[in-house]
Design a protein around this ligand. Structure first.
Ligand SMILES: [Zn+2]
Length: 338
């Protein structure tokens, strides 16, 4: 952890308030792409640090911090899906088996011996579970068992952007700490500092998740394609869904669906309130388009996009998925003369 993101001050202070009376389990929750994991890691590191700063940041110099940085601290465990642990060496393991996207029950059971040890360094032992919603029912139950028999000076930190997917019995055993999504001003200013072009647009299109916006900007991922999509959406009657779907193949499916969702959000918003959220520059065209769109039809399409988004994380055939949602988009405007 280099430093706190500017929008995390409040949550960080709440964490500092807990230092002297830590719960058995802490749930750090908030939107995706706002740096919850970095903050959780920073907190874990600072609890283990021998000489944290006045504001509670880890010193990054002591033995503890060094071990933590190398991932070898004896009093710390990070539990995450296999797919996140080895992102660099591609998607496939030996034997062609894909790494799991779930936290397995074995990973949780393996904590048992760790949970029963006393700390090497005499302080806390910490287990960080991320993303907590990737526990399946078996691993969640195994974790629950551990939480039900708290041992002294052992802290679980769960990080999630989908707390509603966690077992209520787990939720009830965690102290919940919400991390706020940054305001438009704070997020834009931060992206500008990072050298992102059109920071305001980038922020809005990422759903106000600055880290996601930065990632997209740095990777230059699909920027060109998304611009093609944007201009096509402004002229639904002329949209060639099949050709467009073909062009969009270089984008992450999630990014395409996300863009359509935000566009439709703005269409609905322009229609109902005359305001837009994600595409301020296209306000006029959105207003014009929205006039002839039946609200019910738009709503139905938004539901279709929600389903598409769930599938977008592992689509069988992205091109087919794109074709289908683009054809439906045209359909929304079909007899409206737009
Ligand atoms: Zn330190």
């Amino acid at each position: 952890m280099k430093e706190l993101y500017p929008w995390q001050q409040e949550a960080w202070q709440s964490l500092q308030g807990l230092r002297t009376r830590l719960p058995n389990a802490l749930l750090i929750k908030g939107a995706q792409g706002i740096g919850k994991l970095e903050m959780a890691l920073g907190f874990a590191q600072s609890l283990l640090c021998e000489t944290p700063s006045v504001s509670g940041l880890p010193c990054r110099q002591c033995d503890s911090c060094r071990w933590f940085g190398q991932g070898t601290h004896p009093d710390y465990r990070l539990v995450q899906p296999e797919a996140l642990s080895n992102t660099e060496d591609g998607n496939e393991k030996e034997g062609g088996k894909k790494p799991s996207r779930e936290i397995s029950v074995d990973q949780i059971r393996a904590l048992a011996s760790f949970a029963n040890l006393s700390a090497h360094r005499g302080g806390y032992r910490i287990v960080l579970v991320h993303p907590a919603e990737s526990m399946n029912i078996n691993s969640a139950n195994a974790l629950l068992k551990t939480l039900e028999e708290p041992t002294g000076k052992l802290l679980f930190i769960l990080v999630t952007h989908k707390p509603q997917q966690l077992l209520p019995t787990i939720l009830s055993r965690c102290l919940s700490l919400p991390v706020n999504t940054p305001s438009r001003e704070v997020g834009t200013a931060w992206l500008k500092q990072q050298g992102v072009e059109n920071p305001e647009n980038a922020l809005a299109q990422s759903g106000f998740a600055p880290l996601l916006a930065l990632h997209w900007a740095e990777a230059g991922e699909g920027t060109e394609e998304i611009n093609i999509l944007l201009s096509a959406m402004q002229r639904p009657a002329q949209m060639d869904a099949l050709m467009l779907a073909d062009k969009l193949q270089r984008c992450a499916p999630v990014q395409v669906v996300h863009c359509l969702q935000q566009w439709c959000y703005d269409l609905a918003s322009a229609k109902l309130t005359g305001q837009v959220r994600y595409f301020p520059e296209q306000m006029e065209i959105l207003k014009k388009l929205s006039v002839n769109v039946p609200a019910m039809r738009l709503l139905r399409y938004q539901k279709e996009l929600q389903t598409a988004k769930r599938e977008a994380f592992h689509p069988l055939n992205p091109k087919l998925q794109f074709e289908s949602i683009l054809l439906s988009y045209r359909q929304v405007f079909a007899s409206s003369g737009a």
